[in-house]
Design a protein around this ligand. Structure first.
Ligand code: NAD
Length: 485
């Protein structure tokens, strides 16, 4: 099944921070793939803007290198396409904090067409960029701005960021990006829940035993040690990505699939989160192995109390979910790179079969990576003679197999999200009040462990995290799903 390409009207996209790591690795390659797919009409322009001094020719060459490095073989782009793509690229040397480059940029803008400004810079520059866009007459109703994480480090800073944007832009113009929401599977989660009759009647505490959300990484903090040590897994992953996944799993059906209806329902989930008992939180730091340094060496801070792993149990206190716990875990230098949501249904109430097995349960697994797809574990009879022995097998819906050859037709999250910005669809972007509500829930938890100067528990690199995280579920008679290699 080949995905349908619906071209978008010509637009101008300015990438502030257009020479940065995110622009090179993700944003420009994503735009290139949409270009190759034929989604951009003639006349579309992409303008890099950053402090680095460069002209158009140098920028085109710089981006061509990035495309070769980060786009090889993906998205059906033929080598010759880079030259064509280069023609829609230009560059402005610009200082977010000064006047350099702003007049030049505003002169480049075409009136009467969609213009999007991607803030691919640190959040400390968001306010400056918003202000200058306004001062230089580029903040009109055709303008959209896209902001990257981290959106604040607590409620206070998030509020200040929201205000600095709201001074010049309406909420309907602000696209706070969380690339997890752009994944095919995450959207499919909504299709599965709200497009089928099968699951929704069972989607509550009467039938669901518990829900697990795992985002495991094999990498350490790498070159981001300084930033990460001021952040930690709770701020860097739970407050945004895991929280967003939790919202989509737990929310009520919106009346329509439109941005505010969906985001209203997500907000209600965050507001329904219960207090978390400190004993239901496990924080860890990875240790060195034979080849790589441990967390403390990585961040060059032997006294660091920041967590590179966190597991927690939480409750969504409402009619639907009362009694069904949610277990979240995320960490670095773990056994495998796995992101998944598992909806673990209750056991059958009674076993009519005289097999030796325990009672069986269905598990719906939404895999975000690797190998995006959805599995439903169902219980069937083990094939062959020898009586009625039961076995659990997955009904597998791997999107790359079901929907296209080797996943080539599945746009990656950035491709989809940037095109949504151009189309003006905010459904998959976080609204300001959602972000603030998530911080309002996160802040007291962080404050409690910071006040107690609680030390994270060391865990082996390549493991599933601290033993205590396993115990968090064992004590409830449950267990984490294996981090499959
Ligand atoms: P980076 O340091 O590699 O790039 C920063 C860019 O900002 C450069 O182009 C630089 O020239 C530009 N810049 C800095 N000061 C400027 C100024 N005063 N005026 C104009 N331009 C200026 O950073 P990055 O890794 O590309 O990250 C950008 C943002 O995206 C950060 O907020 C980061 O947290 C976020 N982010 C990055 C990643 C990633 O994978 N790199 C992932 C998610 C979020």
């Amino acid at each position: 099944m080949v995905s349908r390409i619906i071209p978008v009207d010509p637009f101008d996209l300015v990438v502030f921070g257009g020479t940065g790591d995110l622009a090179r690795r993700k944003i420009l390659p994503a735009l290139f793939r949409r270009f190759c797919a034929g989604q951009m009409e003639r006349g579309t322009r992409i303008i890099g803007a950053a402090r680095t001094e460069m002209d158009d020719v140098a920028y085109r060459a710089f981006i061509a290198e990035a495309l070769i490095e980060f786009n090889e073989g993906k998205g059906g782009c033929e080598p010759g396409k880079i030259k064509e793509f280069q023609k829609i690229l230009s560059y402005v040397t610009l200082d977010a904090r000064g006047e350099l480059g702003w007049s030049e940029l505003s002169e480049k803008m075409h009136p009467g067409r969609v213009r999007a400004f991607y803030f691919s810079v640190g959040p400390s520059l968001f306010g400056d960029l918003a202000l200058r866009l306004h001062q230089y007459g580029m903040a009109d109703s055709d303008t959209r701005i896209v902001v990257e994480k981290p959106f604040g480090r607590d409620l206070e800073t998030a509020r200040a960021l929201n205000k600095s944007l709201a001074d010049h832009f309406d909420e309907s113009q602000i696209y706070r990006i969380d690339h997890y929401l752009g994944k095919e599977t995450v959207q499919n989660l909504m299709a599965i829940r709200f497009g089928n009759m099968l699951f929704e009647p069972l989607w509550n505490s009467q039938y669901v035993d518990h829900i697990q959300i795992t985002v495991a990484e094999t990498v350490g903090v790498g070159g981001r040690g300084d930033y990460y040590d001021r952040s930690g897994a709770m701020r860097d992953m739970v407050q945004n990505h895991l929280m967003q996944l939790l919202c989509l799993i737990a929310m009520e059906p919106p009346s329509h699939f439109d941005p505010d209806a969906v985001r209203d329902e997500k907000l209600k989930v965050i507001r329904a989160l219960g207090e978390v008992d400190p004993k239901d939180i496990v924080r860890g730091q990875y240790l060195a192995d034979d080849e790589k340094p441990g967390y403390l060496e990585h961040v060059e801070n032997p006294r660091s109390l920041t967590e590179s792993f966190i597991a927690l149990k939480l409750d969504v206190v409402n009619w639907r979910w009362s009694g069904t716990p949610f277990y979240l875990r995320t960490g670095k230098r773990l056994k495998s790179r796995t992101s998944e949501i598992a909806v673990v249904f209750k056991e059958t109430p009674h076993n009519i079969f005289d097999d030796d097995n325990d009672r069986h349960r269905n598990i719906l697994t939404i895999r975000l990576q690797p190998n995006e797809g959805i599995d439903l574990d169902v219980t069937i009879k083990e094939p062959g003679p020898g009586g009625m022995r039961l076995v659990d097998v997955p009904l597998d819906m791997t999107f790359s197999e079901a929907l296209g050859p080797e996943g080539e037709d599945i746009p990656d999250a950035y491709e989809r999200l940037i095109m949504d910005v151009v189309r003006g669809n905010q459904t998959l972007f976080m609204r300001g009040d959602e972000v603030e509500a998530a911080w309002a829930w996160t802040d007291p938890l962080i404050a409690a462990w910071e006040k107690g100067a609680t030390k994270p528990i060391p865990y082996d690199s390549g493991s599933s995290g601290p033993e205590e995280a396993l115990a968090l579920m064992h004590r409830d008679g449950r267990k984490w799903r294996d981090l499959r290699i």
